[in-house]
Design a protein. Structure first.
Length: 116
């Protein structure tokens, strides 16, 4: 498996989307897309940005494909961070749902008034 493939796996495990991974690492979504398609290879600068944003990632795995994706002993920290991210996503979903409910109710009231 190539470093490009490992990066794709890492995106799925840590950020779920290229956009989220881009925000965390500072690597543009265009570059991530080019890496994913095989057009570009992962640069040393990109590896540094990834390891700075995700210190729990095993650099040897990322670069050489050896060992595990995450460093041992950091699983608890990684889990806690991922759980915090999950909680943040749930909060954002609830916030969006409330806003959508308000919009739906406003539209219903407007339609009712137009029918009168």
């Amino acid at each position: 498996m190539s470093v490009n493939n490992r990066l794709e796996q890492l995106i799925i495990k840590t950020a779920t989307t290229r956009s989220n991974f881009s925000k965390a690492t500072g690597i543009s979504t265009v570059i991530l897309s080019h890496i994913g398609s095989g057009r570009n290879k992962v640069s040393l600068a990109a590896v540094e940005q990834i390891l700075m944003a995700y210190p729990e990632v095993n650099s040897e795995w990322l670069v050489l494909g050896k060992g595990r994706m995450f460093k041992q002993g950091l699983n608890e920290e990684c889990i806690a961070e991922l759980e915090a991210r999950l909680d943040a996503v749930y909060l954002e979903v609830e916030k969006t749902k409330r806003a959508m409910d308000v919009s739906l109710n406003t539209l219903k009231v407007t339609i009712s008034k137009l029918k009168e």
